[in-house]
Design a protein around this ligand. Structure first.
Ligand SMILES: [Zn+2]
Length: 499
C-alpha cells in the first residue's frame, strides 16, 4: 500500500502514486505509454496510438446511454524534471517519492509531476470505475506538452470522435478556463558596417539593471519597464544632442520574458564627457517618476572606459535606434468579451550583437485571435523593415478564442454552483495551452479546462492541495453525468394543417 491510498478520493490517489513510479520526462515517454496501453488491455478497453505517440483509451457508453454526446478527457503524459542540486535522482529510472505535508502532496527533492499526473490519474479512475453510468468517453493522453507540444501539434482530426473536450491540465481550483493565446516570434537581423572610432573620443559603458522582467504572457499588462526600450531611449536622447558612436547594445535573453537588463558601449568626444554623464543620469529621475514603486530596484549606471576601436556606421545606428523606438511593446488590445483578459500583446524580448556585423532583435506576439496576432506581428515587422532589417516569423501556435456561449461552459458552471454553492471564476489566459492547437485542428470543438490547485509547477517546490483534488473529482464526475444527448432534437411544435 502506498502512502497516498489513505487520501480521498482513493482511486485517483492510488493511480497518482502508481504514476509517480513511472519516469516520464518529455521525449522519454516510452514507459508511461506502455503502462497506459497495458492498463487498457487489463480493463478490456479499446486503445490506439498515433504516429506522434499520443494515446486514446475508449470507455464505451453504458447500456441505454448510447445517445449521449461523446466526451473527450485530455491530459498530457509527460512532466518537467527539475530537482534540487544536491538531490540524487536519475530521471530515466528513479521513481518520484511523494509525501504529505500541511494539506499538500509534495515530492522529495524533485518536481512532483502533478502537472499533469493528476489529470492522468483522474482519467484512469474514470476509465476503471465500473459503477459510473455514462455516455462514451474517450481519454486522450498527449505526449511532449512540456517541451514543444508536438503531440498536440500532430493530432489528426479523426484520432478521436468527440467534439466536447475537458482539458485536465489547469492549476487553479475554482477557475474554469475557456481560452488561451496563440503565439509567434518575429525576428529581425540588421547588418551594419564596422567603422573606426575617431581620435579624441572617450568610451562609456551604460547599463540598466534591476528591472522586474516577468513572463511575457502572464505579466505583460503589469506595466513593468522593458530594459531594451529604456536603454534605447537613453541612446536616442544622447545621440540627438551629441555625436555618439555605438559599439554595442545588448539586452534581454529569453523570448518569453520581458527584458530586465541592457548594456551599451558608446564613444563620444571627450569635450562632451560630463554633459553625457549628466544627461544619462537624468533618466533616473525620469524613470522613477514613470515607474515609481513598480520598478523600485531599477538602476542606471554609466562608467568611463577605454574608447572602443570601432563602432557601427552612423546610418545604421540611426535606423536601429529609430526602429527600436517605434517597435511596439506591451498590451495591444484587451478582450471586448471578457474583463481583464489581454487579447493581443507583443514583447520586445531582446537585442544582441551576434557577430559578423549583425544585430538580432527578437520579439514575440500573443493573441487569442489569430488575425490580431498576425496584425501586430506585421506591425513589428514594418518597424524592422523600415530600418532595412531582414525579418522572419516563426510558425508559432494558434490561440483558443473564448466563447461565453459554450455548452460545456454552461454545464460545468451549473455543476460547480450545485456542488459548492458558489459561482466559479471563468477566465482565459494570455499564454499558450495545448487547447489552442486542438481548437485549430478540430473545427467546432467545445472545450473547457479545469483542475485542482497546484503550486510551484516545474520546480522542486511543486505541490498539490489535497482538498482541491476531491473537489476536482466531484466536478469532473458531475459534468460527465450531465452531458446531454447527441443528435437533432425534434421541434415540439406540430405542423399546422392548411386551412
Ligand atoms: Zn501541464
Amino acid at each position: 500500500m502506498g502512502i497516498l491510498s489513505e487520501l480521498n478520493p482513493a482511486p485517483i490517489w492510488i493511480y497518482f502514486e502508481e504514476i509517480c513510479r513511472i519516469p516520464r520526462l518529455s521525449k522519454n515517454e516510452g514507459k508511461i505509454r506502455s503502462y497506459l496501453i497495458n492498463f487498457a488491455s487489463e480493463h478490456n478497453l479499446e486503445s490506439k496510438e498515433d504516429s506522434a505517440g499520443n494515446i486514446l483509451i475508449i470507455k464505451p457508453a453504458s447500456p441505454g446511454l448510447e445517445k449521449r454526446k461523446t466526451i473527450v478527457l485530455q491530459s498530457h503524459m509527460d512532466m518537467v524534471g527539475e530537482k534540487n542540486a544536491d538531490f540524487p535522482h536519475n530521471w530515466l529510472t528513479d521513481p518520484i517519492v511523494p509525501f504529505i505535508e500541511d494539506g499538500y502532496v509534495r515530492a522529495r527533492g524533485t518536481t512532483l509531476g502533478a502537472d499533469d499526473g493528476i489529470g492522468i490519474a483522474s482519467q484512469l479512475a474514470v476509465l476503471s470505475d465500473t459503477n459510473l453510468k455514462t455516455g462514451k468517453i474517450e481519454c486522450l493522453f498527449t505526449v511532449d506538452e512540456e517541451s514543444g507540444m508536438t503531440g498536440a501539434i500532430n493530432l489528426k482530426p479523426d484520432f478521436f470522435e468527440g467534439r466536447t473536450l475537458l482539458n485536465l491540465d489547469s492549476e487553479d481550483e475554482g477557475i474554469l478556463f475557456i481560452g488561451c493565446a496563440g503565439g509567434m516570434d518575429t525576428v529581425g537581423d540588421l547588418t551594419y558596417k564596422n567603422v573606426s572610432v575617431q581620435k579624441g573620443m572617450t568610451g562609456f559603458e551604460i547599463s540598466i539593471t534591476g528591472l522586474h522582467g516577468g513572463h511575457s504572457g502572464d505579466e505583460i499588462h503589469k506595466g513593468f519597464g522593458n530594459s531594451v526600450k529604456l536603454m534605447n531611449r537613453i541612446l536616442l536622447d544622447i545621440s540627438n544632442h551629441f555625436n555618439i558612436a555605438l559599439n554595442r547594445f545588448d539586452g534581454g535573453n529569453l523570448r518569453n520574458a520581458i527584458p530586465r537588463e541592457a548594456f551599451a558601449v558608446i564613444a563620444v568626444a571627450k569635450s562632451f564627457k560630463d554633459k553625457v554623464i549628466e544627461q544619462v543620469l537624468n533618466f533616473r529621475t525620469v524613470f522613477d517618476e514613470e515607474f515609481g514603486e513598480i520598478e523600485k530596484d531599477l538602476k542606471i549606471s554609466i562608467k568611463e572606459i577605454e574608447p572602443p576601436l570601432s563602432a557601427m556606421d552612423k546610418e545604421t545606428q540611426v535606423k536601429l535606434l529609430s526602429s527600436i523606438s517605434c517597435c511596439p511593446h506591451g498590451v495591444f488590445a484587451w478582450s471586448h468579451e471578457m474583463t481583464d483578459l489581454v487579447e493581443t500583446s507583443t514583447n520586445l524580448a531582446s537585442i544582441n550583437f551576434i557577430g559578423e556585423n549583425k544585430i538580432r532583435i527578437i520579439t514575440t506576439q500573443r493573441s487569442s485571435l489569430e488575425s490580431s496576432k498576425h496584425d501586430v506581428a506585421g506591425m513589428v515587422e514594418s518597424c524592422m523593415k523600415l530600418a532595412g532589417a531582414k525579418v522572419v516569423h516563426s510558425d508559432g501556435y494558434p490561440g483558443w478564442k473564448p466563447s461565453l456561449k459554450s455548452e460545456i461552459l454552461k454545464i460545468t458552471r451549473k455543476s460547480y454552483l450545485n456542488l459548492f454553492g458558489r459561482e466559479p471564476l471563468v477566465r482565459a489566459i494570455h499564454a499558450g495551452l495545448e487547447c489552442g492547437l486542438i481548437y485549430e485542428n478540430f473545427k467546432g470543438i467545445d472545450m473547457i479546462s479545469f483542475g485542482p490547485s497546484i503550486r510551484g509547477a516545474h520546480t522542486p517546490e511543486e505541490k498539490i492541495e489535497i482538498k482541491t483534488v476531491g473537489m476536482f473529482w466531484d466536478l469532473l464526475i458531475d459534468v460527465i453525468n450531465n452531458i446531454p444527448d447527441n443528435g437533432i432534437r425534434k421541434s415540439p411544435k406540430q405542423a399546422q394543417p392548411r386551412v
